[in-house]
Design a protein around this ligand. Structure first.
Ligand SMILES: [Zn+2]
Length: 302
């Protein structure tokens, strides 16, 4: 007789930063913002392939979508929401938070939230900064996010990196309290190795290093620490046919390495581990932060 076994594996978050190949920060300056509109856009086709994969393995994910993308392709935003995924914000213009003034940041996130909510007809609760650019000099961004009605942020990476990171910040999702309010912070995933936090949660680390690295890291998090991983990827990372930009050697390595292998790896990953949305992962902590949220059920059941 077949007995159904309860799946007691930890649920991780699957997140996609929806932007085009020419938006990424390592290419900053190569394709100026005023020229974005004239570039060949591949974000819809690549995101649709991710939607097919997630449909195939029946997982819901969180899509942090750039306002720039939502404005040009509102149909894509609707399509993602209609497939049962969570819509979240990646800002409007892919500007690094620490390069903006608080007022400019507020305008940027507000605009992205408006564009996404009107395209998807559902509320946006989460934000992730371009290139994890909430660092010690841009922590004020969290106050702006709380003020603009965001319930969680996923912009702090507890590592040393040339462009981002707060190495001493917590490695797991937590309630972060500032002067007047709180927000749930869901940092990029790391494993602890001696004095270092090593990133294991996706992007370049998933694509450039062997798959065994990510598998080892997520297993260690899930089984040893009983912590969820917050995994992230970009649609362009499964697109080996994207036009090549003439960047420096390090940027080219970071961006183009193993593009042809990443979709198969992702397929292996989602079969091996459990995944869902950020909101389903964080809902208990979010209830702690907001009396108004605690009083009423969350608008979604993921
Ligand atoms: Zn980005």
């Amino acid at each position: 007789m077949h007995m159904a076994r309860k799946d007691d594996r930890i649920v991780n978050a699957m997140t996609i930063d929806v932007e085009d190949y020419f938006h990424v920060s390592v290419f900053d300056g190569l394709v100026p913002r005023h020229a974005w509109g004239s570039m060949e856009s591949r974000v819809c086709a690549n995101t649709e392939r991710l939607l097919e994969l997630f449909d195939e393995v029946e997982i819901s994910a969180t899509f942090f979508i750039l306002g720039w993308v939502a404005e040009r392709f509102p149909r894509l935003v609707r399509q993602i929401a209609a497939a049962g995924h969570e819509i979240a914000s990646h800002g409007s213009e892919h500007r690094l938070v620490y390069d903006m003034t608080p007022a400019a940041f507020r305008a940027d996130v507000r605009r992205s939230k408006d564009l996404l909510e009107s395209a998807a007809s559902c509320p946006v609760h989460g934000y992730r900064a371009p290139s994890y650019s909430v660092t010690p000099r841009s922590l004020w961004a969290l106050d702006v996010l709380m003020d603009e009605g965001f319930l969680y942020d996923s912009s702090i990476f507890p590592i040393h990196h040339d462009r981002y990171g707060i190495p001493v910040s917590p490695r797991h999702p937590y309630v972060l309290t500032r002067d007047a309010a709180s927000i749930v912070e869901a940092p990029g995933s790391t494993v602890k190795w001696g004095p270092f936090n090593l990133p294991v949660g996706g992007g370049g680390y998933f694509r450039i290093l062997p798959y065994g690295w990510t598998r080892w890291g997520i297993r260690r998090l899930n089984e040893l620490e009983r912590l969820p991983a917050i995994f992230y990827l970009h649609p362009w990372e499964i697109d080996p046919d994207q036009p090549r930009l003439s960047a420096g050697r390090l940027s080219r390595f970071r961006h183009y390495r193993n593009l042809e292998k990443t979709e198969d790896r992702l397929r292996a990953l989602v079969r091996e581990f459990r995944f869902s949305t950020m909101m389903s992962l964080l809902q208990d902590q979010i209830r702690e932060t907001r009396a108004d949220v605690a009083a009423a059920p969350l608008p979604y059941v993921w």
